[in-house]
Design a protein around this ligand. Structure first.
Ligand code: PGA
Ligand code: ZN
Length: 419
């Protein structure tokens, strides 16, 4: 039973306040979790409750913490901590809006995950095992950022995420070695071009580039320089995050001062797909452009995973509808988009029911919280996406994957869905 539930203000990787919830059971077991925060959010996802005003740029979470203290704690204290469905149903009842306007998605996700961690502690199991006591056969394959852009790098380039997926690495340990080699090689290529580069929000190189395509060129060259075969040993994965640069049905690459109709834009993406070893594309069209998302899926799904993030917002109904309409073939799952563990799990199950691949993902604002690694392994996701192989809030997750793999005695990575 939940004996105490306590919220506190802690900090995320952008130096912004966020919500941590800690639960103590009657038996003295504890679990806690920290809410992450997105920067390029889908309009239909659970939204964080922020104080507004001027303190801490309006990002403070004292109102959300008050909701934890005055509404959530009284409702949950006394409930069985292992009954995740009932706990999450209570959160749903207290705030039925999918966007979690009343309680705040930051309050609900921290609470829901804290309950899950407490339940695993009660059962004296690591969380991944608690989620999948029948046994895990594969480990989620890493999808790792090398170059950041878009909303995560002051829009220096328009695309948000230039990532790699290792394909021939046999284990998570080898996969991260391959990634680190290319991260270093791409860093050397940037350094050779001049000093103007930094670190993007998810830890990748912040490009000093004039055109989006140059990032694809550098990434492909970096794979070669590191001694790997592009498209065979490592494939490129893009998070285009097109909602960020679509206005009124046209797509505007601000960094290049070029605008495109939907058809022209998808032709550009198609050219990139021809020219570079791209094996996954997230949000190629805007969340407001279902026609574009269906067209992208019809055109590219044979060669690349078509991943819905802003388009699906980890919503089981949206996933089912998209599958019916032929938009996307892979769901990005973010617990804080759904607001609770149960709803995110339902989204994962809806993707599986549609025959889709799944990617369990962190956010651009993160912390040392490693829940996402356990969910990816426990739910049997195909891939896990947590940003670059730098910065503590990212390496916390990768390092947890290494520990889990060791506990499991070394597991093969989940097969890449298209091969
Ligand atoms: P966000 O971006 O966490 O800033 O929303 C991550 C993503 O788009 O996948
Ligand atoms: Zn995304």
């Amino acid at each position: 039973r939940i004996a105490a539930l306590h919220g506190r203000r802690v900090w995320d990787s952008r130096g912004r306040p966020t919500v941590e919830v800690e639960i103590t059971t009657a038996g003295g077991q504890r679990g806690r979790a920290i809410a992450p925060a997105g920067a390029s959010r889908g309009s239909a996802e659970a939204s964080d409750l922020r104080d507004g005003g001027t303190r801490l740029g309006g990002y403070d979470v004292l109102t959300a913490l008050d909701r934890v203290r005055s509404i959530i704690a009284p409702a949950l204290i006394g409930m069985a901590v292992t009954d995740q469905a009932a706990i999450d149903a209570t959160l749903d009842r207290l705030d039925p809006s999918p966007t979690r306007q009343l309680l705040g998605g930051n309050a609900t996700v921290a609470t829901s995950l804290a309950a899950l961690h407490s339940a695993a502690a009660v059962r004296q199991m690591p969380l991944w095992r608690y989620l999948n006591p029948a046994g895990v056969r594969h480990l989620a394959r890493p999808e790792v950022q090398i170059i950041g852009g878009g909303a995560h790098a002051a829009r220096r380039v328009d695309l948000q995420d230039f990532m790699l997926i290792p394909l021939t690495a046999a284990t998570i340990g080898d996969a991260l070695v391959h990634i680190a080699e290319v991260h270093l090689a791409v860093g050397a290529l940037f350094a050779a071009r001049g000093p103007a580069h930094g670190v993007a929000d998810e830890g990748g190189h912040w490009p000093a580039l004039a055109r989006n395509e140059q990032a694809l060129e550098l990434l492909t060259l970096g794979i070669e320089r590191a001694g790997f075969r592009p498209g065979i040993d490592l494939g490129i994965s893009l998070d285009i995050a097109a909602s960020e640069f679509e206005r009124g049905g046209s797509y505007h690459l601000a960094a290049e001062k070029r605008s495109f109709s939907r058809t022209e834009w998808l032709a550009v993406v198609g050219q990139w797909l021809q020219a570079y070893p791209i094996i996954a594309i997230e949000d190629p069209a805007s969340e407001h452009d279902p026609i574009g998302m269906r067209a992208a899926t019809a055109a590219f799904a044979a060669r690349a995973l078509i991943v819905g993030d802003d388009y699906l917002v980890s919503d089981p109904q949206r996933i089912a509808t998209a599958a019916r309409e032929g938009a996307c073939n892979t769901a990005l799952i973010k617990v804080n988009q759904a607001g609770t563990v149960t709803r995110a799990w339902q989204a994962h199950a809806a993707a599986r029911a549609a025959g889709w691949a799944t990617i369990v993902s962190a956010r651009s604002g993160e912390s040392e919280d490693v829940s996402v690694a356990h969910l990816a392994v426990g739910w049997g996701a195909d891939l896990i996406k947590v940003g670059a192989i730098t910065r503590g809030e990212r390496t916390a997750k990768w390092n947890e994957m290494l520990r889990i793999d060791e506990e499991l005695g070394g597991l093969p990575l989940a097969p890449f869905p298209l091969r």
